[in-house]
Design a protein around this ligand. Sequence first.
Ligand code: G3P
Length: 218
Amino acid sequence: MKLFIDTANLNHINELVTYNIISGVTTNPSLMAKEGISGKENCHKRYIDICELVNGPVSAEVISTDHKGMLDEAYELSALHPNIVIKIPMIKEGIKAIYELNKNGIKTNCTLIFSAAQALLAAKAGATFVSPFIGRLDDVNEDGLGLIKSIRTIYDNYNFETNILAASIRSKEHINKCAEIGADFATIPYSLLNQLFDHPLTTKGLEIFLTDHAKLNP
Ligand code: G3P
């Protein structure tokens, strides 16, 4: 399972690429707003800056909700850099746009997926990625990981090439289970990615090793 970072923060991306653990970046309008980025030019500049930091897919989300508006935005965004993937919401107009973009060789990430049926439609339209939101399903007492499992089964049954990009990930448990189920990608917030390095027994074990070494090597 490849890992993406779910952020529009350049410092966070810059830091994590040095460990070679992230294969791409996902953004959304809320993450762009969190960084205080507004206006088309500034958004475009941020996407280009992100693409220059990471050698992999960078999802940039459209804000139009009609098919024509989505396509206009998509063509502009995809011209910014070859690694841009167009993130399109799972609505009827979005599925039409994904079909059109796929025909023209433009990669898409169908976002806001909350059911297996939605993932099936996105795959039929030719989405490159689908983003099922695990944490937001858990928030309303539904089974986020169950959705990943169900989409995996459906895609395997019919040999769909669409990649499962697990999103809205909130815990290490989510990450472990997604990898066990066989999600192709998981997009993870910076703070959680940092927690993956740690285990209390690693910290304690290292302390013991260094103390023992110091006893004989004052
Ligand atoms: O990129 C979209 C997704 O990861 C959002 O996560 O935590 O806002 O539900 P969250």
